[in-house]
Every structure is written in structure tokens, then in C-alpha cells.
Ligand binder design. Sequence first.
Ligand code: IYR
Length: 235
Amino acid sequence: MASPPHERPLDDDQRTGFVPLKYTPVEPAECLERSRRFYDQMDRRRSVRHFSDRPVSREVIENLIRAASSAPSGAHRQPWTFVAISNPRLKGEIRRAAEEEERENYEHRMSPEWLEALRPLETGWRKPYLEIAPWLIVILQHTYQLLDSGERGKNYYVTESVGIAVGLFITAVHRAGLVCLTHTPSPMGFLAEILGRPANEKPFALLPVGYPAEDCMVPDLRRKSLAEVAVFEEG
Ligand code: IYR
């Protein structure tokens, strides 16, 4: 009888081998302290729509993308591309295209219920931050792999994987002392077109990144309490 797939010996080109985990032990008290400190820091993260035009070096952006790309992904395919844009002409082109779609959204496509849900955020179709922020990061998901043979290879849990990578990116931005906005102009097809991306890459989100404007204001939101978001089943 043939062995199940996971018990079949690997071909040499499939073998990655195993290495010891690089793990630094941590005592429970230190673990608690670190978890507290990290939460305190993350609780200060806010989505920002008022950016300074103060530059951010390419090296910083490279490190943020490296951190994001450490995300776990289905079958370790890392099915994402981060396009980092500081070119003013491209930023202008993206702003114009995003505003065109967003104007249509706000004036025709969004339901009254949706507009009402957004009212406290005081958003609108105008997106000046797309030109003011020093960097725009476009994240694209690889809906399938383009193999060297030109054939399509399947990717797994693509949306989940890319969502996690964007979460790590947002965390890295905050840890670096910068701010960003998770922006999803809809539909986003124009981004793949403007950036000339291959057919297997589908835009996932557009994140302006930079320093906040000096007079930056954010909506006075409250976050759900632990009891509202967590359920513990212990014992
Ligand atoms: N994409 C639009 C609308 C928008 C939608 C949601 I859901 C938000 O949380 C915020 C905005 C915009 O960027 O204005």
C-alpha cells in the first residue's frame, strides 16, 4: 500500500532541512512585564490622516518591509509584494485615481448605513495625505504563483497571510515612531495598473507612512474592553 503523502520521503529539491529554534528563554515575571509594556505601547497606535511631509529614509522603509515579510504564511509562500513609493509624480497619479473612485463611493456607491457608520471619523473623498506623506506603501496579494514555466501554481490562505503581514507592518511602523493609515480605496484595480504589476498580483491595501502633522488630530475613539473581545475557557 502507498504511504500517505506526508510520510513519503522528500525529493532533494523539496528538502529544506531543520535547524534549532533561536529562542531566548524568559522568566514568567519578565514575560508578564514585557506583555504589559507592549500592550501599553500598542494601545497608543492610531490611524492617522494628517501627515507631515518630513522625509523618512528608504532604509527605515526597508526594515519595516523586512519585519512585515517575517509574517507566517500558507505553505510559507509569502504571497505578497510591498511597493514603496516616494516618487511625487506617482503619488500624484495615485491620489487622483483614488479620489476619483472615492468620490464615486461617497456620492453614489456607499449605503446610507455605511456613510452613517463613517460619520464620526469625518472622512471624505478628498485624500491629500496621499501626496503629503513621504511614502505610500501598496501591498499586493499573490492570488497565485507565476511559475518559471509560465504556469500558475496554487497559493494557500492568501488573504489571511497578507492580512497578517500588513498587521506586522503596521506594528513595525508604530514601533519605529512613525504613523500610517490603512487605506483601501475601492475598487483598487487602478493601483496594479499604475504600478504595472503582473497579473497574479491583486492590490490589498494602500498605506501612507510618515510622521504625523504637528497639529494632528484623531477621532476620540474608545477600544472594546478585554471582556468585550475575549472569552476564556479555563480549568
Ligand atoms: N475607503 C473610504 C471609506 C472608508 C471606509 C471605511 I470601512 C473606513 O473605516 C474608513 C473609510 C475612505 O478611505 O475614505
